[in-house]
Design a protein around this ligand. Structure first.
Ligand code: PNS
Length: 161
């Protein structure tokens, strides 16, 4: 039984992330989407909201679950007895960033190896930052989100208005 951990901020989870989840499912028996906190980032959505959105996005996919954690990825990796970390990369900037993270994780937990999946062309331009920028500008980012996530964000912003 192989278990892949897909960690990230998911602020919010996009269809690009979802594609990586589906492709990881073709390679591993189980996939856990780990919604985490990167101390270097400011988030638009709370950990709880990011977990809610990730759960909505993967609903209906067998062999996938979502966890939220405010701890270290390397500790979660051991807790879940994961076999591998999977990260999607779109460009050289992503690669440089993710390789640094992967090296740090591996240095602190020699079992915690990361494999990279290159984003498919259709998803190369999709970024959570872009989604947040669109929302700030009052635009609809629906094309970049699972329908249930787009609806969740709409409801959230209506109730905050
Ligand atoms: O892509 P992201 O948003 O940076 O992903 C977040 C996370 C935590 C998975 C990534 O930053 C990472 O792998 N960090 C390694 C160190 C760690 O576990 N940090 C958590 C507390 S700062």
């Amino acid at each position: 039984m192989s278990l892949a951990l897909i960690p990230g901020s998911f602020d919010p989870i996009t269809v690009g992330h979802l594609d990586i989840v589906k492709r990881a499912l073709a390679l591993y028996d189980e996939v856990v989407v780990a919604v985490m906190i990167n101390d270097q980032k400011n988030y638009d959505y709370t950990l709880e909201q990011r977990v809610d959105m990730a759960e909505l996005a993967v609903k209906g996919l067998d062999r996938v679950c979502v966890v939220g954690s405010d701890g270290l990825l390397i500790d979660l990796f051991d807790e879940l007895q994961a076999d591998v970390i999977v990260k999607g990369i779109r460009n050289e900037e992503d690669r440089a960033y993710e390789e640094k993270m992967a090296a740090w994780n591996l240095e602190h937990n020699p079992r915690a190896k990361t494999i990279f999946l290159q984003a498919a062309d259709d998803f190369e331009q999709i970024h959570s930052t872009k989604v947040r920028d669109m929302i700030h500008a009052g635009e609809q980012p629906d094309a970049f989100l699972a329908p249930a996530v787009a609806e969740y964000i709409r409801t959230l912003h209506c109730s905050n208005a």
